[in-house]
Design a binder for this molecule. Structure first.
Ligand code: COA
Ligand code: AMP
Length: 633
């Protein structure tokens, strides 16, 4: 099958197309309907279907005689350890941890927060929840206590699974004080926190805390619980345009069908292939392509507790690829930029045999053309930029390496190629008119979204409609701007809302502004994402001080940097906060963040007719030059 045929089939006969994809996984009961709408008007896939995602990912392969093949490889340069687990070992381990969760009263529909570093117990915890129909919510280990507290109050988990520490390069980061801090800040009371004690750091245990090893030692394995296709599998919080994160809710059926299909059709991977996504289980890439996608498809997946550089060197990625025979590798462009910076000639690569590697996929941010060229020249395999979001769970645009015409479809620098089957993508202007080739506008997807995309926002179905479907009727607003060229190649140029992308991590301006604005000297502030060579974007804080405040700007900047690290996390890379006289606003008082962003990046911008005082833009420009944020004109 070639791409045009597949895309057209999904467009013209979506139910027939996805019925066939659904028959490619195993169900306890095959769905009664393929696509319909619920009482709220939201589209639902595979109603009436019964399945279990953990069983699909592990036990099914054991039953099919592949129990002794490797499911999970763990490689941790920061602890100097490596381990492998077969499908059978994983299935048994997950069944026991599922039993242990049951012993704490966790049952179908209950929430469990997982706040763990890149250790096998994180994967096992996720799958154990899936086995009993509990809903996991993995929180990235880089988030500080207040962010964890917000998620505890929203998800209201019975239990938190955690570890005594994470390790960043050589620094041991104790997790338990962060969990304890979050539990103190949260209103919701968590029954228990289960802590895996790592040898690098012993956590101090409290009355409601349980030691992971003892907890599991006393547990009995339990059978998988059949759940409805439309039952939730997980909540994953992501940054919206306000300070409050959105709990993206993923259901079981559509997710399993879409990921299974994507592994074959997009990544060209089959059972037995080794697939590696170098991301973190706390992000959607980790959910879809470290844990669920490869395991459902029967591939070997790799969990890597390390960095692309300095663990120990810029050859780290090549070492893992060659050591485990990785066929398909997926990471964020920022990871390759880090390697390129330390090893521009890719000399480290020559130490390793990379003949196993067939394709490299990147996502998380735009693949900048220089990095695309560098990868192509140095790796000699197809470099596929693909575009997706936490909300969609799998790619909106990609090149499908598993189709017959893959070799005939060229990739173009700066483009994630074409829309995936099921994504009816359009470029609209602000009034909802469809734009022609090379015209940049808002990228949207006509309803229904394909299987695997978010079902709703946890606990706030109105926000789901408001955030995604209220701007254009019956169209999902991606929040990204972009265009199509005359040949239909899609180009994603960045967010058009108040979301930024820092080293492949998604952050909202609102999240950071809440912290900055809480400083007593700050009257008002704007945080924008400014272009950065290494991280893609980094945040820049602009602050107007309260009248009469006479604070040293450098001391204030240092205080704000420390506050963001403590309240959000170091990964936000908040390092610059500049005092300005005034912020550019509309007459109704709305800060013109998009205009400021373009000004800072040296891009052309239109001065909105609603601007209160255009001279503020010149004044701001001069301040940013004086502060060394921008080069002089
Ligand atoms: N726990 C605690 N701290 C963390 C953390 C974690 N899980 N992840 C990052 N941090 C800290 C870092 O230690 C660093 O701290 P410092 O300011 O004290 O030095 C800070 O946050 C900045 O981190 P980051 O910007 O991520 O830089 P890095 O040098 O640690 O790592 C990359 C660089 C490229 C490896 C990393 O940014 C990365 O993996 N990005 C891709 C993200 C991703 O997978 N996105 C999903 C799409 S594929
Ligand atoms: P997240 O939800 O954290 O995965 O972030 C999703 C956002 O990252 C998207 O809305 C885009 O802004 C950006 N993004 C992800 N992949 C790409 C890509 N291949 N090209 C351009 N932007 C991307």
């Amino acid at each position: 099958m070639d791409y045009p045929t597949v895309f057209e089939a999904a467009m013209s006969t979506p139910e027939a197309f996805w019925r066939e994809r659904a028959s490619e996984i195993e169900w306890f009961e095959f769905p009664r309907t393929i696509l319909d709408q619920d009482d709220n008007g939201a589209y639902r896939w595979f109603r009436g279907g019964k399945l279990n995602t953990a069983w699909l990912a592990l036990d099914r392969h054991v039953e099919n005689g592949r129990g002794y093949e490797t499911a999970l490889i763990c490689d941790s340069p920061v602890t100097g350890t490596k381990s492998r687990y077969s499908f059978r070992e994983m299935a048994d381990w997950v069944a026991t941890v599922a039993g242990a969760l049951g012993s704490l009263g966790v049952t179908k529909g209950d929430r469990v927060i997982i706040y763990m570093p890149m250790i096998p117990e994180a994967v096992v915890g996720m799958l154990a929840c899936a086995r009993i129909g509990a809903i996991h919510s993995v929180v990235f280990g880089g988030f500080a206590a207040p962010e964890l507290a917000v998620r505890i109050d929203d998800a209201k988990p019975k239990v938190i699974l955690s570890a005594s520490c994470g390790i960043e390069f050589q620094t041991v980061i104790p997790y338990k004080p962060l969990v304890d801090g979050a539990r103190r800040l949260a209103e919701h009371e968590v029954d228990h926190c289960v802590v895996l004690q790592r040898e690098q750091c012993q956590a101090k245990m409290g009355a409601s805390d349980l030691d992971w090893q003892e907890w599991v030692a006393g547990a009995n394995p339990v059978a998988p619980v059949p759940v409805a296709a439309t039952d939730p599998l997980y909540i994953l919080y992501t940054s919206g345009t306000t300070g409050k994160p959105k709990g993206v809710l993923r259901d079981n059926g559509g997710h399993a069908v879409a990921l299974n299909y994507s592994m074959r059709a997009i990544y060209d991977c089959a059972p037995g292939d080794v697939y590696w996504a170098a991301s973190d289980v706390g992000w959607v890439v980790g959910h879809s392509y470290i844990v669920y996608g490869p395991l459902i498809a029967g591939c070997t997946t790799i969990l890597y507790e390390g960095k692309p550089v300095r663990t120990p060197d810029a050859g780290a990625l090549w070492r893992v690829i060659s050591e485990y025979g990785v066929k398909c590798f997926f990471t964020a462009p920022t990871a390759f930029r880090a390697v390129k910076k330390e090893d521009p000639e890719a000399r480290e690569k020559s130490k390793y045999d990379l003949r196993c590697l067939e394709t490299v996929f990147v996502a998380g941010e735009r693949l900048d053309p220089p990095t695309y060229e560098w990868l192509g020249e140095n790796l000699g395999v197809p470099i596929i930029d693909h575009w997706w979001q936490t909300e969609t769970g799998w790619s909106i645009c990609a090149k499908m390496m598993g189709l017959d015409d893959a070799a005939a479809i060229e990739t173009r620098a700066g483009s994630p190629t074409f829309p995936m089957p099921g994504y009816d993508l359009k470029i609209l202007d602000d009034d909802g008119n469809e734009l022609g080739p090379d015209q940049e506008g808002n990228v949207v997807v006509a309803e229904p979204l394909p299987p695997g995309a978010l079902a709703t926002i946890w606990g706030d179905h109105d926000r789901y409609f408001d955030a995604y479907f209220s701007t254009y009727a019956n169209h999902y607003l991606t929040g990204d701007g972009g265009f199509r060229d005359a040949d239909g190649y899609v180009y994603i140029m960045g967010r058009v809302d108040d979301v930024m992308n820092v080293a492949g991590h998604r952050l909202s301006t609102g999240e950071l502004e809440e912290v900055v604005a809480s400083h007593p000297a700050v009257a008002e502030c704007a945080v924008i994402g400014m272009a950065d060579e290494d991280k893609g974007q980094i945040p820049l804080g602009l602050l107007a001080l309260k009248d009469g405040v006479n604070e040293d700007p450098k001391a204030l900047e240092a205080a704000l940097v420390a506050m963001v690290r403590a309240d959000v996390g170091a990964f936000a890379n908040f390092k610059r906060a500049v005092v300005v006289n005034r912020l550019p606003k509309t007459r109704s008082g709305k800060i013109l963040r998009q205009v400021i962003r373009k000004l800072v990046d040296g891009l052309p911008y239109d001065i909105p007719s609603t601007i209160d005082d255009p001279s503020i833009l010149d004044e701001l420009h001069q301040t940013l030059i004086d502060e060394g944020v921008m080069a002089s004109r």
